[in-house]
Design a binder for this molecule. Structure first.
Ligand SMILES: [Zn+2]
Length: 134
């Protein structure tokens, strides 16, 4: 999806870091996973994927803007583990699995379920969440 979006589709750039939500003590074993920081293309890849999942599932609720998440919510950290040695042809990043930590119940293995979590807890402020981790 084009980051700018078509002209009729407004773009909402969201700093999730302004939503203090996660627990920084929640993290995986650093011996087998790498923590990703801002500026790493794998971080941008994950945020773009998360943004597109959120837009695809929940954009309609907000009048069809394109959402672009600029960072992770406060207290969250993104970790990565390689899967083989291949490079993704489309993204140019090495193939691997992403793990998002910060939720008190444990990690998010899927950006799609984290998109559900953002919508329910941050957008709707609902006490009920169907993300699969809550
Ligand atoms: Zn949730």
């Amino acid at each position: 999806m084009n980051a700018q979006g078509p002209h009729h589709q407004p773009v909402h750039r969201i700093r999730l870091s302004l939503c203090s939500h996660g627990n920084p003590d929640e993290r995986p074993d650093p011996d087998v996973t790498t923590r990703l920081v801002h500026g790493d293309p794998r971080m941008r890849y994950y945020l773009d994927y998360l943004s597109n999942e959120f837009t695809r599932h929940y954009g309609q609720h907000f009048g069809h803007p394109q959402f672009i998440f600029l960072d992770l919510p406060a207290g969250y950290s993104l970790w990565w583990r390689p899967r083989g040695n291949s490079i993704n042809n489309r993204s140019g990043v090495r193939n691997g699995n992403f793990f998002l930590w910060g939720h008190p119940n444990g990690q998010f293995r899927s950006a799609s379920s984290f998109a559900d979590h953002i919508f329910n807890t941050m957008a709707l402020n609902s006490p009920i969440c169907n993300c699969g981790v809550c």
